[in-house]
Design a protein around this ligand. Structure first.
Ligand SMILES: [Zn+2]
Length: 269
């Protein structure tokens, strides 16, 4: 898992806070206004299955290409994430220099939950911060009980996908959660909020989720695609009660709109 350095993180937060404050329609960051202000031309066309978006330096100016064949339009959640990701390559100094100097080729960016390249991870983080600034998010979700409903409301409020909303909530949201992403009964990736209790969990990336968890059962029994909130045993997900709060543990699953994953959210309350 590639980590973003504190210095780059700071740069991303500074730039995205500035942009979101300056260019927003109520809660929704106005990406087209940002492009217009920077004289970036956005070209939307059918590029078959090749990529989601691409930032290109033509020797004089930058253009962003969006692939409509994969649902990238300036007003769709997918297109908005892609466009924000490309703006990350434009605004992050090291990325823009590398493109102008030809140190990196113009690269087709694809929507993916985990990237293996530093620039892609940084551009995704830029997108997440630009679309959902921390303070705006916390103001919206603060003082409310956590459930998938909050993530759904965030998705509408910020015009982002459920998955993007969830990942951002786990990072800076107002309730500690653990999120597990599964594909074909294998854990692909997981994340925890900084304030989620430190507990050793019963799963490894690449292996099946615990069979007694709601997520695990959804793969074992084809008729049990639970999407309601379930009260579960701590032992369903964790080895040891030590360090756990005395609150009960909850789990709720949903099926990804963007990446095709089964996703589980686990939290204490
Ligand atoms: Zn990219």
């Amino acid at each position: 898992m590639i980590q973003i350095t504190p210095k780059v993180k700071e740069e991303i937060i500074k730039v995205t806070d500035f942009l979101a404050n300056r260019f927003s329609n109520k809660n929704v960051t106005d990406l087209e206004a940002i492009c217009a202000d920077e004289s970036i031309i956005v070209l939307i066309d059918d590029y078959h299955k090749y990529f989601d978006g691409m930032l290109i330096w033509d020797g004089r100016k930058f253009n962003i290409h969006l692939n409509s064949a994969k649902g990238n339009w300036t007003d769709t959640t997918r297109g908005r994430f892609t466009l924000s990701h490309e703006l990350g390559h434009f605004f992050l100094e090291a990325h823009q220099h590398a493109l102008i100097n030809g140190e990196v080729k113009p690269h087709p960016s694809s929507i993916s939950l985990f990237h293996h390249e530093k620039m892609e991870v940084e551009a995704d983080y830029f997108a997440s911060c630009l679309l959902m600034p921390r303070d705006r998010l916390r103001k919206f979700t603060g003082g409310r009980k956590f459930s998938l409903d909050i993530i759904k409301e965030m998705s509408k409020f910020f015009n982002v996908s459920l998955t993007a909303a969830l990942i951002r909530f786990a990072e800076v949201g107002t309730h500690g959660i653990m999120v597990i992403f599964c594909e074909n009964n294998r854990v692909k990736w997981y994340c925890k909020s900084p304030d989620f209790p430190i507990l050793s969990h019963r799963f490894k990336v690449g292996e099946a989720p615990p069979p007694t968890s709601v997520l695990g059962e959804s793969f074992l029994k084809s008729d049990s695609q639970y999407t309601s909130i379930q009260n579960i045993y701590l032992e369903d997900w964790f080895f040891d009660r030590k360090g756990a709060p005395s609150w009960s543990l909850h789990e709720q699953c949903f099926y990804s709109d963007l990446y095709g994953y089964a996703i589980s959210m686990v939290w204490f309350k």
